[in-house]
Design a protein around this ligand. Structure first.
Ligand code: HEM
Ligand code: HEM
Ligand SMILES: [Fe+2]
Length: 472
């Protein structure tokens, strides 16, 4: 992945820029995992880094790095597919590169401030210079504005290249969806002193990203990747894509109601949230069937040549189909009805779902796209999985599943003891935290976190070497 910076087989600058985004994404993914490990150690040994590095800061960097590396990998994927789908170089490629450097410099400064300054006085200056205090999207206001400018440059590139070039179904969905995805970010920039109102708008970003626009985004990526990797028929994948778009928006938009149960919004959200969010797993099943159907169908149609042109990318895309269905569909459905959510709300159960869903639905396919980028950068007809590729996918997936199981058990204990038995007060919380089930679960989460991290090391090793090895 690194040696491909100078010598690469890309015909288009846009695709090189895509690889630049992938590299930063991989670094931020590593930072995310390290911060997760620190936070997980602090659950088990509360004295760890006491007074030096607070749990709240590690947790904040963990989940903000998560969102940012995924956005980087998403932009990278779009720059990679843009010339393939439109048949053209990105119209404003120079500006696109400038945007990349500005964004990367800003992200570096923001992360350094998070880690070194950590907290501010809690007035306006904190919001502008240190962090905004909105979980997952905590960038300070100056960086918020910078992000908007860079995203406008990105969108300009995508939109005008699309208008000038060939307009495939995949790109049509991509262009429309990106407008919604980028536009929603603005909802997280409105500041109000009223916490209910603040949360009300903040969910527009978080929920309408991960359960509507990001899902449509990975649907388009899967469609593109299946054409490239197993030679799936465009008419078939595009037909699926339109069905998924319809269903995802149909349930995902009003599914927003499942976050409006207890934040001070009117009670009609109980019914709306219950009904529409319960329907959300349906499109996820469709996406699951889509990938497996295309995979199975294309298997036998390539004579004696293997149908899969990129082993590791395909493995990650299939993991995505399972992971999205399990993490978002099943683990999401578990706690989405208000009758259940009143017990599970904000427990470790939420964290179990958060981990499996973000991993299953997004990390997997974005890693798959990085492998596809490597194949293109080295101009390889085929890319076979290496030992490192197998170790990476096995350890990362096993690690995240392990963490999810541990957190689910911890959440179950909280529901039974803290919520059902003791009524959910302050004392109830601490009683539940001190029971052996909780403590053991936190140890297992840490162990499985280390497994995940080892898998990540294999992943980086693989991305750095697999292309060169395959060329020889
Ligand atoms: C890939 C898609 C998804 C991702 C990445 C995701 C991620 C998350 C995360 C990180 C949270 C915790 C937010 C917080 O900090 O408070 C959350 C909460 C929640 N999610 Fe999802 N989710 C996804 C899809 C779904 C689906 C499809 C459903 C329902 C069928 C669902 C149901 C819920 C519910 C009910 C909560 C609130 C939990 C609570 O009360 O604490 N999610 N989700
Ligand atoms: C080395 C592996 C990892 C470790 C040790 C780890 C650990 C942690 C810890 C300790 C927290 C704070 C939980 C709390 O506040 O109670 C957390 C939150 C979170 N992590 Fe991880 N994590 C790891 C990997 C990941 C991965 C791979 C993803 C997704 C791709 C992820 C997504 C999240 C999310 C979404 C939250 C917020 C959950 C919520 O509040 O509901 N983490 N993680
Ligand atoms: Fe949601």
């Amino acid at each position: 992945m690194l040696t491909s910076i100078k010598n690469n087989s890309f015909q288009y600058e846009s695709q090189k820029l895509g690889m630049m985004y992938f590299r930063v994404a991989a670094v931020l993914f590593g930072a995310q995992l390290l911060m997760g490990l620190i936070a997980a150690i602090q659950f088990v040994y509360p004295d760890f880094l006491y007074g030096l590095f607070d749990f709240s800061v590690g947790r904040m960097v963990h989940i903000n790095a998560l969102v940012v590396w995924m956005l980087y990998a998403m932009i990278g994927s779009v720059y990679l597919m843009l010339p393939d789908e439109t048949g053209l170089e990105a119209v404003g490629i120079g500006l696109g590169k400038l945007g990349f450097w500005v964004l990367t410099a800003a992200v570096t400064v923001v992360v350094l401030v998070y880690i070194l300054v950590q907290i501010g006085p809690g007035d306006e200056s904190t919001i502008w210079l240190i962090n905004e205090g909105r979980e997952y999207i905590e960038a300070p206001r100056w960086a918020d504005i910078g992000i908007v400018v860079v995203v406008l440059i990105f969108y300009y590139n995508v939109f005008f290249t699309f208008i000038k070039g060939q307009r495939t179904g995949i790109m049509t969905v991509m262009v429309a969806n990106l407008l919604a995805l980028a536009g929603l970010y603005l909802a997280g920039m409105v500041y109000t002193d009223n916490i209910s109102m603040d949360q009300y708008w903040w969910w527009w970003v978080i929920h309408l990203w991960v359960e509507a626009t990001w899902e449509v985004f990975v649907g388009t990526l899967a469609a593109y990747a299946l054409i490239k990797i197993i030679g799936a028929k465009r008419e078939v994948v595009e037909m699926w894509l339109w069905i998924e778009v319809l269903m995802l928006f149909g349930s995902g938009i009003l599914g927003l109601g499942h976050h409006y149960f207890w934040i001070g919004t009117p009670e009609y959200w109980w019914e709306i949230g219950a009904l529409f969010s319960a329907l959300e797993p349906v499109p996820l099943v469709a996406m699951f069937v889509h990938v497996l159907y295309d995979w199975g169908k294309e298997q036998g149609t390539h004579g004696d040549k293997p149908a899969i042109k990129n082993g590791p990318a395909m493995a990650w895309i299939v993991t995505n189909a399972f992971g999205n269905f399990l993490g978002a569909g099943i683990w999401g459905f578990f706690h989405t009805l208000p009758q259940v959510n009143i017990y599970t709300h904000g427990s470790q159960f939420t964290a179990a779902h958060g981990h499996l869903a973000f991993f299953g639905a997004y990390a997997t396919i974005l890693i798959g796209m990085m492998y596809y980028g490597v194949q293109r950068a080295y101009g390889l007809e085929r890319l076979k999985a290496s030992f490192n590729s197998k170790m990476a996918i096995f350890l990362i997936t096993f690690g995240v599943l392990g963490m999810t199981v541990a957190l689910t058990i911890a959440g179950y204990e909280q529901v039974l003891v803290e919520r059902a038995e003791l009524g959910g007060g302050w004392d109830a919380f601490f009683t539940a935290q001190l029971l052996p089930w909780m403590k053991q679960a936190m140890v297992w989460r840490l162990v499985m976190g280390v497994v995940t991290f080892v898998g990540f090391v294999y992943l980086i090793l693989d991305l750095l070497t697999i292309g060169k090895k395959a060329q020889n």
